[in-house]
Design a protein around this ligand. Sequence first.
Ligand SMILES: [Zn+2]
Length: 274
Amino acid sequence: MKFIETTLWQHGKERCVTFSYDDGRIEDKRLVELFNKYGLKGTFHLNNPGFEEHFPQFLKEPKFVDPGEYETLYEGHEISCHSAQHAFLYYTPDEYIRREIRENRVFLEEICKYPVRGMSYPFSSYDGRVAEACRAEGIEYSRTVSATNSFGIPSDFMQWDPTCHHAEFTKELWEKFMSPMLYSFMRLFYVWGHSYEFSTEEHWSKMEELCKTVGGDSNIWYATNIEIVDYLNALRSLRFSASCDTAYNPTCTDVWIKADHKPVCIKAGATVRL
Ligand SMILES: [Zn+2]
């Protein structure tokens, strides 16, 4: 009997890194430059224009990326929802939540020209009811702000807790992530934040140091949030024979598993004898 473990990311890698930034402020431009320089992938959660008018008390003349620049700026990264008006979704009715997500999707999809299927909760204001309403509008994952300081995969992607905020990133945490594994395990390092938090050159140089530390490792898969969700869905769609000696991949994504502790690629549409 084969020993089977579905514990590998794309290209047979054991570690994956992703970034997630909210609100689409002008500082995203410099952040994307950093991500591109170090080969990192980010997901950018964006609202509809004009939402800041609802928050004059704490948003004093904020500067946002012009939606006309989204397509070029975020190319190679992911554009994702953050609700049309940056609403406190927990304190709104279902109809409002659904409208917030639908209008946000329609606005973003018109620009990026692909289905936008992810989000982060504005103000992290959510519960199970909010998650269900978002799911009903075609959302497949949503990020919270609750740092886990660990590297697991969420059991429910509608409540996706990140590893840490960028300000909480430490070399020690990174070394833990990179340390040898006692057992086979898919590790995920998820950093979130807002680019406007980089308000001084010192902040930017710290962020560049973070990017340099985590980037450029051929053993790590750098992915957007939705690429992670899509890959795991494909991995979970594998069909095995009763003996687990044969696997069929009915999806259009190549996936990797371990059979008797060795990596095996099961190509899209292929049936493989393990
Ligand atoms: Zn926000």
